[in-house]
Structure formats: C-alpha cells, structure tokens
Design a protein around this ligand. Structure first.
Ligand code: F6R
Length: 624
C-alpha cells in the first residue's frame, strides 16, 4: 500500500486554491504526502512540471518530512508518492517517481504490476535504475510516445499524446494499480485506476488526485471516486474521465467529514478503517503470487536444493495475533504440505530435544518484525543450527536481517494497536507458503493446489461481502455487548479464529473474553456459562461446523445466547444470530474472523473505549 497525490492548478498571487490554503505546487503536494503517510513511510518523492523549467524530480528513502521538495517557481503541476515497499528494499533508487530514459516522463504508482518481469524483458534496450515493478510504466509510456500514440499512429494529426500513451500502456499491465503520470511540455496529469483506490478532488481552477481524500481535504471537499478501468486527464481547465476510451461523467460528491475523521479516511478509528481495508490489503498480499492454472505459487523465496523434500518439521514461533495466524497455518502445512507443523509461543520457545536442526524450518510470524520475544526465539533457533524464515509486514525490520529467508505479507502500515488486516494477510501468505512447500515436496497434487488457490483468489471479495453486512454486526453488538463474559469457540481452523476473536474483544473492549476449542467447553469452561455469557461460534467449512454446533447447543441449554458465523447455504435454526460467510473453502474461517473483528469493534465503540490505543498495550513490544 502506497500513497499517491497529484495537483494541477492555477494559484492566485498568494498561492491560494479554492479552499484558501496557501502554498506552491510543491508545498501542496508535500502536505498531501504528510496526510498520506499512514499508507507507507519507506520513501517519498515528488515530480514537478514547470512551464519553462521542465521536469524536476526529487526522492529519497525515509519519511516524508525528510524529503526536501525543490523550489520550482514556475511549477504548474506535479505528483508525489509515499512508499510501502513491496518490490525492492526502501532505497533512494526505489523511491517513486520513476522516469523514462528520455527523462521527460515521471510516474507514481500504488499497487503491483504482476507481469513486470515479462515487460522488463520486452524493454531490453531500456536502462533501468531500480528494482521496482513500477519502473516499467514510464518506459512503456516512452515507447508508446515514440510510436506516436494519439498522433499519426492513431490516424490523427499532431504529436504523440500522454493520455493516449497511458491508455495503451494500461492494456499491457496485469495486476492492480493506481498510476499518475506527468510529462514535460504537457499541462496535464494523466491517471488510471484498476484495483487500487484513486479519488479526484475538484477545485476552482484546480484539480487533485490521490489515493484517498485525506491528501487534499484542506483544499476541496468536492470529490469524484474513479471506477476500475477509468483513465482521467486533469488540467487547470478541469477533469476529463474516460472508460473504455469513451468520455464518461462521474458523480461529484461532497465530503462532510471533519478534519480529525479525515485523517482516518472518514472512519472514527484506524482499527475500523483497517478492518475495511482488508479487501485491498489482501489483494496486495496475493498480487502476482498465484498461478491458479498451474496450481503454483511464486513467493519469491528459495530454499537449498533438497531441503524441503527432507523437511522433518516446520516450527512456527510468534506472539499474540501472529501466534494465532501461526496456529491457522500449522494446520494448513500439515494438510497441504504433508509435514509435521508445530506452533510455539515465541517467549516459550526452545529448540528442544529429539529434533534435527538441519531438517527443521523455524518460521517467525511477526507483523512488526521487531517483537523482542519473537527475535529471541529466532536467535535460539539460529544458535541451534535450524534454518529460519520470517513472515512479516515490515521490510528492513530486525527479523529480516536475522533469518535465512523472508516472505512479506504486504498489508501496508497498520496503525491501530489491535492487529486486524495484518492477521488476514499473515494467514493468506502462510497459506501460499504451505501450497509452495506442498508442491515442492510432491505432497500436493496440482488439482488440489488449484482448489486452494481459487479459495485464496476469492478471499478479498468474500471479505468485502462480510464488510457489507456491518450493520447486522452493529445490531448484534448492541444487543449482546453487555454480556458478563464472552466465549468464542470453534474446531480445527475455527480454533485459532476463536482465540483471535476473543483476543480482539478483550484488547479493545476490556471485557472478559476467552477462546476455546469447542470440544473443550464441556471439560470445564461450561461451568462459567450463564444467560449473561454470549457464545460466538465459527461454524464454517474447515471448522467442523456440525460438531461445533453440538457444543454450542450445550451452552444454549445453560441459557447462553449463541451467535454463529455460518457457511452460506447452511442453516442452524437455533442460533440467536447467524452471520453468513461466503463459500471459500479453507479460508472461510479467516473470513468469519472479519465478523468477529467488527463485533469487537462495535462492542468497544458502544462502550466508548480508546479503540486505537487500548490501555496498557503497545503496537510493537520490544521488551522480553
Ligand atoms: C493483538 C496484537 C498483538 C501482536 C503481538 C505480536 O492485536 O497486535 O498480539 O500480534 O504483539 O506482534 P508482531 O506481530 O509485531 O510480532
């Protein structure tokens, strides 16, 4: 997840836009980047176009405030970018904007160009200066301009044209993206959207484009949300939007949020925003990694020859939410990769007797990559001679420097202390790793792999369907949120989700909540069940729903209300509330988890809790 912004405008002598804020083009873009920094802070950059000064690019690794935006007094428009690294480490060279060989086109991009390696081969005579997928875009634009796109090449009079070139490049890109392109000598910003968000801000004699309205809300509240497949040209004269090459009218909406809410994209809390970002963050997690027809995965990781075939055990180490992601994954490793998989709370981990170091893979799951307990476990595993691997959200984090290999979950920055979107992306990444290991070991047939990959492909859409049902969860939270305690239950893949659901609720609402393997209820916890203890159950595919329902019924017999996340097509008439989970096979419990996230959020919100910063907790725990 990256943040992009563009501004084109006619400023009065004080540099005012219609919103009354003063500043040069560069200053407006710089401010917009500060507002977008929640989307990424690995590097920042701008490209400014001046009437006579041409194209000026400035970029560097590090946070937005560390970027010196050049003074370009005749700048008429420009674009800016703040990066969350996916392809290539956070270096100056990998910072956006990227330019073509001629040096007159600059592009910023959010998303992933899945076919960039193939495109790079086609552009063999171009000189590349970064490791990013993005850099192919300005070079492709350069080619299309050289070929006369929009001019003679298209049977028209006149010179090649940036808008026509971007349209043609779009046809060659696979993946999800939002791009903004500028060209020296052209007074427009040309933008395109497919799969990644892009919104236009409409001012008087000024136009903005950004990943979200937060970037420019201080200047204008009149916005147009672009749709997938839209291409638009922004100039001081206004905005033209095209769909499939034809001009289209898109609605202008008025944003009514206040500034504080705007920072959170209109949501009251980062946590709710991050819950709602999951379709996008999951798309990013999966982008370019699934080859469904071949039943294969490309996670860009490698192991020594024969290592996976000889593997005796995968041992996952992690804390908190990441530990529950690990528990979900361990079941997938056993089922899909045919290898023993165990999970250990990182602070409890020791290499242990009876294990063979060079046939053990220790996988550290950590969003931050900085959790002291998890780093300690990695160090103990390294000292024992085991091969170590990290699954993390954070490029350049300590864990990545201490392990033998890393897979990035690409969820984008998470600000709310309670982990939400990173849990989903951790499980999705580990599921892909399980398929990759299974295929490598010959333990997983291509047809079975295809079925899992199809489930993964359906994940972002399924999560969106759950998010669309938020009102139902809000009502349930209102009705059952005053319980004395809350019990979350599930079986198989439903157990880690029950544990995670309980953790989310206790973290942010301060209510007593516990997660159990459903079969365990009758071995003790049932003594706590009363009409004041709602039971929330995972009743989906992969979670042995029918057996779990038997245990739910035992709790209901003691008077407990029961709320269930149920696979679409199934019904349990006795449930007090039934949340429908779309059919996506092994990731159904993960989708059910989104209902539990929303339940925790609304219970806590109704109680007026400090949701983004719960008492006594920190986002990254760097002490043992
Ligand atoms: C819970 C939560 C924590 C973290 C845990 C590990 O919502 O966020 O339980 O999951 O502190 O953190 P990472 O994943 O950064 O190692």
């Amino acid at each position: 997840m990256c943040g992009i912004i563009g501004f084109v405008g006619e400023l009065d002598s004080g540099g005012q836009t219609d919103g009354g804020t003063t500043g040069s083009v560069g200053a407006i873009i710089h401010e917009g980047l500060r507002n977008l920094e929640y989307r990424g802070y690995d590097s920042a950059g701008v490209a400014l176009v001046g009437a006579s000064s041409g194209l000026t690019v400035a970029k560097r690794s590090g946070e937005v405030d560390g970027l010196t935006v050049p003074d370009v007094p005749d700048a008429t428009h420009g674009v800016g970018h703040t990066r969350w690294s996916t392809h290539g480490p956070p270096t100056d060279a990998n910072a956006h904007p990227h330019t073509d060989c001629v040096g007159d086109v600059a592009v910023v991009h959010n998303g992933i160009v899945e076919n960039y390696e193939a495109l790079k081969k086609e552009l063999a005579d171009h000189e590349f200066t970064s490791d990013t997928d993005t850099e192919v875009i300005p070079h492709l634009i350069e080619e299309e301009l050289a070929a006369g796109a929009g001019g003679e090449e298209d049977g028209k009079e006149g010179d090649a044209d940036l808008l026509a070139a971007v349209r043609r490049v779009e046809d060659r890109l696979e993946g999800s993206y939002a791009i903004c392109a500028v060209r020296e000598g052209d007074d427009r910003i040309v933008v395109a959207r497919r799969g990644s968000p892009l919104v236009l801000g409409r001012g008087e004699n000024a136009a903005f484009v950004a990943s979200d309205v937060t970037a420019f809300l201080e200047h204008t509240r009149d916005v147009t949300y672009l749709e997938d497949g839209d291409v638009a040209a922004l100039s001081p004269d206004g905005v033209e939007v095209f769909a499939r090459g034809e001009p289209v009218e898109r609605e202008i909406e008025r944003v009514t949020w206040e500034a504080d809410a705007a920072e959170k994209g209109g949501y009251e809390h980062y946590m709710r925003k991050e819950i709602h970002e999951q379709p996008e963050s999951l798309r990013q997690t999966l982008a370019g990694r699934l080859d469904v027809s071949a039943g294969d995965v490309d996670l860009d990781v490698s192991f020594p020859p024969g290592f996976l075939a000889d593997l005796e055990e995968i041992r996952i180490v992690a804390c908190g939410t990441s530990y529950y992601a690990g528990r979900y994954a361990a079941q997938l490793f056993e089922e899909l990769a045919g290898v023993r998989a165990t999970v250990e709370i990182a602070s409890e981990y020791e290499f242990g007797a009876g294990r063979t170091p060079d046939r053990t893979l220790v996988v550290a799951v950590t969003q931050s990559g900085e959790t002291a307990d998890t780093l300690g476990a990695v160090r103990r595993a390294n000292a024992a001679g085991a091969r170590t691997f990290a699954v993390t959200n954070t490029l350049g984090s300590t864990v990545t420097r201490e392990v033998d290999g890393t897979a990035f979950i690409r969820a984008g920055p998470e600000i709310g202390v309670a982990a939400t979107k990173t849990f989903a992306s951790q499980v999705a990444t580990l599921a892909m790793l399980a398929v990759a290991v299974g295929r490598d070991r010959g333990a997983l047939a291509a047809a079975d792999a295809r079925s899992v990959l199809k489930d993964l492909q359906g994940l972002p859409g399924a999560v969106q369907q759950v998010l669309d049902e938020e009102e139902q969860v809000r009502e349930a939270a209102r009705e059952y949120g005053d319980g004395e305690a809350f019990f979350f239950v599930g079986r198989a893949l439903g157990v880690p989700v029950a544990l995670e659901g309980a953790l989310k609720l206790k973290e942010i609402s301060y209510d007593h909540a516990e997660g159990f393997a459903a079969g365990e209820l009758k071995h003790g916890p049932l003594a706590l069940v009363t009409p004041d203890t709602p039971v929330l159950a995972v009743l989906t595919d992969g979670a042995r729903a029918a057996e779990t329902m038997n245990n739910v019924t035992e709790a209901q017999t003691r008077g407990a209300p029961a709320l269930g996340c149920v696979s679409a097509g199934d019904t349990y008439d006795t449930l007090d509330v039934s949340f429908e989970v779309p059919n996506v096979g092994v990731v159904e419990p993960l989708v059910a988890n989104v209902y539990l996230q929303l339940f925790a959020y609304h219970v806590a919100n109704d109680k007026g809790r400090a949701i983004d910063k719960p008492r006594n907790l920190a986002k990254s725990v760097t002490v043992e």
